[in-house]
Each structure stands twice: as C-alpha cells, then as structure tokens.
Design a protein around this ligand. Structure first.
Ligand code: 5GP
Length: 127
C-alpha cells in the first residue's frame, strides 16, 4: 500500500488479500501502481480487473485522495493492460462501480475491462 488508508477501508477485503498474496489470482500484469488479473466470474471473453496498489475504497476515494503519480500510473497501467490483451483494436469497455447504486461488491477501487465481443448497450435497466 502506498498511502494512508481511508478509515472506511476494510483491510480484509478480497482484493487487499490478493494484493498481499494471501489469495491467488490469474495475474495479467503488475507494476508499482497497479495489479491486473482475470475476473473470477468473467462476463465477456475478456474480463480483467485492474486495481491500484493503494488502499482506496472506490473511484470516489481514489479520485479525491490518491496522489497525481498514483492516478497517472494507474490509468497508464489500465491502457497498457488493454493493449496487452489486444482488445484496443476492436474496442473494449472500462467500468468502475462506486457504491450502492452501482452494486459495488468489493470495497477496493477497481476497473473492469471487458472485450472480445460486441458489448451491447451501455447501461441496462434493472429488472
Ligand atoms: P464490483 O461489483 O465490485 O465492481 O465487481 C467485483 C468483481 O470482483 C466481480 O466481477 C467479481 O466476479 C470479482 N471477484 C470477486 N471475488 C473475486 C476473487 O476472489 N477473485 C477474482 N479474480 N475476482 C473476484
């Protein structure tokens, strides 16, 4: 972890445990700012999660409290991972859920990268 965690950050969340090496993951990429690994329940032929090394609960926490170097390093890594997965030519979707209305399940900021097929409309209605 590269910065002081928010008091709301749960150190036992599953992605914190993956970062500490306590739980395995199918790693795609890692550097000083980010770790990328395959989602355990993929929703597209390519479904990879990219997470910052720092302890941030969500996009809201990350965008407000991460340093400029962490933010730049993280988003550079997201683009690099997409190119490594060769999904940039046909296209991909990058998605980050924050909070209750977005059904965020894991309280460590993460970006989903989806690709490998046409992904349809942007937001489906519930129900
Ligand atoms: P969220 O709803 O928080 O944006 O998405 C959390 C994602 O994490 C889900 O797509 C879920 O399948 C994935 N996930 C949950 N637990 C694990 C795990 O232990 N390993 C991996 N690789 N993915 C996980």
């Amino acid at each position: 972890m590269t910065s002081a965690a928010s008091p709301d950050y749960d150190e036992s969340n599953i992605f914190a445990r993956i970062l500490r090496g306590e739980i395995p993951c199918k790693k795609v990429y890692e550097d000083g700012h980010a770790l990328a690994f395959h989602d355990i329940q993929p929703q597209a032929p390519v479904h990879v999660l990219v997470i910052p090394r720092g302890a941030y609960v969500s996009m809201d926490d990350f965008s407000a409290n991460a340093g400029d170097d962490e933010i730049a390093g993280f988003f550079r890594a997201v683009g690099k991972v997409a190119r490594m997965l060769e999904i940039e030519t046909d296209g991909y979707r990058m998605l980050a859920n924050h909070g209750r209305n977005a059904n965020q399940e894991v309280p460590h900021f993460h970006v989903h990268l989806f690709g490998g097929r046409p992904l349809g409309g942007m937001v489906r209605q519930p129900g």
